[in-house]
Design a binder for this molecule. Structure first.
Ligand code: OGA
Ligand code: NI
Length: 349
């Protein structure tokens, strides 16, 4: 497996210079101009009586940013904390204990570095990737880390809570698009046994030269929706109007962003926005990203209710498995994967 960042930092004498495979080309480095506003924080408290306000706020955030944070979202703060503690415990295990669960060649789950590729720059991050929800995916994946002992139990409890939150968010987003509340869930078949939640545990150790690296290179998420828990250290940035906008951590909040499948289903009305994570010099940052993924055979296409003669389908129908199979992280923000499924060229819109 690649040498992990935690391993590099624990070498005798420490690390004063970043190895060259982590060094970003000048134009990708994190120094670019920063925006000074930030994504909306939406309070989901009292959804029965405040439903219409919440639907409207989410709709506006989806259209303006493709990103928002939610508080009072119904997931117990104690469960969020239990999950964070579990992750901290996992990443503080000895290297050999973590490697028991190393990502195997050709597989996408386990401990390793997501985005490790021969022709790209490595992220300044160590990752643990698994499925926390979904009948078929969980049966297919190799066992979860054997340590800490309670690992599977906590992850499955968290995965179920995430699925509930995804279901609720999709209802609110559907309603905001003027659709039946279950319209998006039905089209993405999120209750299919092959649908799943992939959960990435991202550990971004402190970096001696944070201006040369990225914790996570710019990308858009591939699934329907992403729910991210970040700890108290900032690092996430969202691209908008040619600038990077930081997403400051809010207590007990989740960051929500739309994935490429939502861009297709909304026929381009809502965008799956490019984002990245920057490194810092002093603190380890953790984030936990949950991606709602349809089953491979599920066909994703613009919702029929959103199409008309003046608003024809921008994307062709695509099997999710085909989408994922053809996905490359080496895209540049102007040449997105999703663009290869367009039937109407961008400049005609
Ligand atoms: C991701 C991601 C950002 C972060 O895992 O897809 O964008 O803040 N993470 O770690
Ligand atoms: Ni992401």
């Amino acid at each position: 497996m690649p040498q992990m960042v935690q391993q590099l930092l624990s070498q005798a004498g420490g690390l004063s210079q970043v190895p060259s495979r982590f060094i970003q080309p000048v134009e990708e480095r994190p120094e670019s101009e920063q925006g000074c506003t930030t994504i909306p924080v939406i309070d989901m408290k009292g959804i029965a009586e405040n439903g219409n306000r919440i639907i409207a706020e989410i709709a506006r955030a989806c259209q303006e940013w493709g990103f928002f944070q939610v508080i009072n979202h119904g997931v117990a703060p104690s469960l969020m904390e239990e999950f964070r503690d579990l992750a901290h415990e996992f990443f503080s295990l000895g290297q050999e204990e973590k490697e028991v669960n190393a990502i195997q060649p050709g597989k996408c789950v386990g401990y390793g570095r997501f985005f490790e590729q021969s022709d790209g720059v490595a992220n300044w991050a160590d990752n643990l990737i698994l499925f926390s929800y979904g009948e078929e995916q969980r049966l297919a994946q190799p066992c979860m880390p054997p340590k800490p002992k309670r690992f599977r139990e906590v992850v499955e409890k968290y995965g179920s809570a995430m699925f509930k939150l995804f279901t609720q968010l999709l209802e609110l987003i559907s309603a905001g698009l003027g659709l039946q509340p279950d319209a998006i869930a039905k089209q993405a078949k999120i209750n299919d046994p092959g649908a799943a939640i992939r959960t990435d545990f991202n550990c971004y150790p402190p970096c001696p030269q944070p201006k040369l690296v990225l914790g996570s290179a710019p990308h858009a998420d591939r699934g329907v929706l992403t729910v991210l828990q970040q700890d108290r250290v900032s690092g996430l940035q969202v691209a908008k109007d040619g600038k990077w906008f930081p997403v400051p951590p809010a207590k007990n909040a989740f960051v929500i962003n739309l994935g490429d499948q939502m861009q297709i289903m909304s026929n381009g009305k809502y965008k799956s926005i490019v984002h990245r994570a920057v490194a810092n010099q002093t603190e380890t940052r953790y984030s936990f990203a949950n991606f709602l993924m349809p089953a491979d055979q599920t066909v994703i296409q613009p919702m029929a209710e959103l199409l008309s003669a003046s608003s024809p389908a921008v994307y062709r129908p695509i099997r999710f498995g085909e989408y994922i199979g053809g996905y490359s992280y080496l895209f540049k923000p102007l040449n997105r994967n999703i663009d290869s499924f367009r039937v109407i060229p961008q400049d005609c819109l």
